[in-house]
Design a protein. Structure first.
Length: 209
């Protein structure tokens, strides 16, 4: 798939297995989501630019590299995307955090926006859109469009699991946006849920039904 990175790291695969398990409780589920997001951040940031600076070690002066590219914004899609924020922040502690609130209409399966708060300099930042589930793709595609409408130019979508249908929807709407997925699942069911999936990520994160 063009512009899609699917992870095959054994540690991520291991954690994803327990994330899917229906017997995994909310506390462990939250920990796993955060840990997987943290591990994914290494690949998501692989193309970040660096520059060389001079530092002094305890022994001598030397040249070393630091990040030099755009600043980063983390934008979780509420509410499930919140579970990925701390894991990403542990790698990118200087990132700003925005929020986009969307819910999926149960009848039409179309996304409805109810909240949006972003850093004022969003146009100058690389934006990581976070959502554990890429199902129909409608919410993610809408969130990306909202970001573009507000000036964002460099956007990456980070999902833990995805259905092929969702990837296709986002790719067709935003072919310029790379997608990072820890696990690619088989398909959607008639209700728009990912199979085999992991259930409702928001409910499992926060212990609701």
């Amino acid at each position: 798939m063009n512009n899609v990175t699917i992870f095959d790291h054994p540690v991520i695969t291991h954690k994803l297995t327990y994330l899917r398990d229906k017997n995994t409780g909310s506390k462990q589920f939250r920990d796993l989501v955060s840990e997987i997001a943290m591990l994914m951040a290494y690949e998501v940031t692989r193309d970040f630019e660096t520059k060389e600076i001079e530092i002094e070690t305890p022994l001598q002066k030397t040249k070393a590299k630091v990040l030099s590219g755009k600043k980063v914004a983390i934008v979780p899609i509420l509410r499930a995307g919140l579970g990925m924020v701390d894991g990403i922040l542990s790698i990118l502690p200087a990132a700003r955090v925005g929020h986009i609130g969307l819910y999926r209409d149960p009848e039409t399966l179309e996304p409805v926006e109810y909240y949006c708060k972003l850093p004022t300099d969003i146009a100058d930042r690389t934006v990581l859109v976070l959502d554990p589930m890429l199902a129909t793709g409608g919410s993610s595609a809408a969130a990306i469009q909202y970001l573009k409408n507000r000036g964002a130019k460099s956007i990456k979508l980070v999902n833990i699991i995805a259905a092929p249908e969702g990837i296709e929807v986002v790719h067709n709407a935003h072919p310029d946006v790379p997608i990072y997925v820890a696990g690619l699942d088989e398909r959607l069911n008639d209700h728009g849920y990912i199979l085999p999936g992991l259930g409702d990520a928001g409910d499992r994160l926060f212990g609701t039904k």
